[in-house]
Write a protein that binds this ligand. Structure first.
Ligand code: SF4
Length: 380
């Protein structure tokens, strides 16, 4: 799997900007959309990794489901001409419940998509409105059913907890409604208020109260218990799946495998080098047309740094870390670098070391930021 790529394609269009969102996305007109897709096809076609194998595709955004079937086909064609996808490749597309119709579900299947990630966020219309979402709870339920009826057998629901004003009971009700639909995968995130967003400005003006940390902890613990009771495996901090339905694309990230991102502000990582494409619309269009998209940032990671990052990424997952594997991979003793941190975190109940694996405990999942800080401190 490690010699293959995970491919991400960014579609930066949304009908309306949600007040909590810091992704690179905005409303565009038809002409801008077609310019962008033209540039994207150029960028994909000019990839220096032309001819490489790819194991997953994730079309995210933004709102990829705003694209027409023909527009998605344009992207799929550019990708299929450039990369050789494994026959069992996972192809995911993110969809917003207000932007999907029965023909579009059928077309996605025909184009090769076999996984859908639905941005539901909540089943409570008051909270959806608070989040600035353009869809209702009923839209989400109907859209889920459209994909099922079309034949999709792998569906993820994104849900958010810690929405301002949301109680733990309301969160559990959202989660139970989601579980009752029977999705194969759930991605459960706490709302983070990012600088530069409308919510961020409201917070800075004192008009948005930060959600109580204890309440967030209670909501996360309730999510762990409820999903487990319904047969979902908690295989990554925010990710829960029925057995065999882990998101293969995201596993590439968490296993520190290589990935390529296409589109504005997309991130790539190959051989210890990480870079992010420009988030400037005009720079992106001009660069892609000339065959070279400008980078907004790039980083060559020293092997020691890569090892620390891989340790943190793997700790996010149920499999955790096998210290000897990391030592062999990086020709560096894991224990020499991180042994003290592991002992310290284990002593405080945040890590568990059994069966030669180091894993987050339940407390460690709740306090994962402390765990990452400790690993980064050891690496400094
Ligand atoms: S639909 Fe998603 S990407 Fe678009 S603005 Fe809302 S949260 Fe951001």
């Amino acid at each position: 799997m490690s010699s293959e790529f995970a491919i991400y394609v960014h579609i930066p269009f949304c009908m309306r900007k949600c007040p909590y969102c810091d992704f690179v996305s905005r409303p565009v007109d038809r002409a801008q959309r077609s310019q962008y897709l033209e540039a994207l096809s150029h960028e994909i076609g000019n990839s220096p990794w032309h001819g490489s194998r790819a194991h997953t595709l994730f079309v995210g955004g933004g709102t990829p489901s705003e694209l027409t079937g023909d527009e998605i086909e344009q992207i799929a064609e550019a990708l299929s001409k450039t990369f050789s996808f494994s026959p069992d490749a996972e192809w995911t597309i993110e969809c917003n419940p207000a932007t999907v119709s029965p023909p579009s579900c059928d077309r996605l299947l025909e184009l090769g998509f076999n996984r859908v990630s639905l941005g539901v966020q909540s089943f409570d219309d008051r909270h959806l409105s608070r989040l600035g979402r353009i869809h209702s709870s009923q839209d989400a339920i109907e859209t889920y059913q459209l994909f099922r009826d079309a034949g999709f057998e792998n569906i993820n629901l994104d849900l958010i907890f810690g929405i301002p004003g949301q109680t733990c009971e309301e969160w559990l009700s959202d989660l139970e409604t989601g579980i009752d639909l029977g999705p194969e995968h759930l991605a459960l995130y706490s709302l983070t208020v990012e600088p530069g967003t409308e919510f961020g400005q409201l917070r800075d003006q004192g008009l948005l109260e930060p959600v109580d940390q204890d309440l967030l902890g209670d909501m996360y613990e309730a999510a762990m218990d409820t999903t487990q009771g319904a047969g979902y495996q908690h295989y990554e901090i925010s990710s829960f799946s029925l057995p065999g339905f882990e998101c293969e694309h995201n596993l590439f990230y968490w296993n520190n495998s290589r990935y390529l991102g296409f589109g504005i502000a997309a991130a790539s990582y190959v051989g210890g080098r990480r870079w992010t494409s420009t988030s400037d619309w005009d720079d992106y269009l001009q660069g892609a047309a000339k065959g070279s998209v400008p980078e907004a940032s790039k980083q060559e990671l020293a092997p020691r740094k890569v090892m620390a990052e891989e340790a943190i990424l793997r700790l996010r997952t149920r499999g955790g870390i096998v210290a000897s594997e990391l030592s062999d991979k990086y020709a560096r003793e894991f224990d020499e670098l991180f042994g003290d941190s592991v002992s310290f975190l284990t002593h405080h109940g945040l890590l568990d070391c059994t069966d030669s694996r180091i894993r987050l405990t339940r407390k460690g999942k709740l306090l994962c930021a402390e765990v990452w800080s400790e690993f980064l401190r050891a690496d400094a």
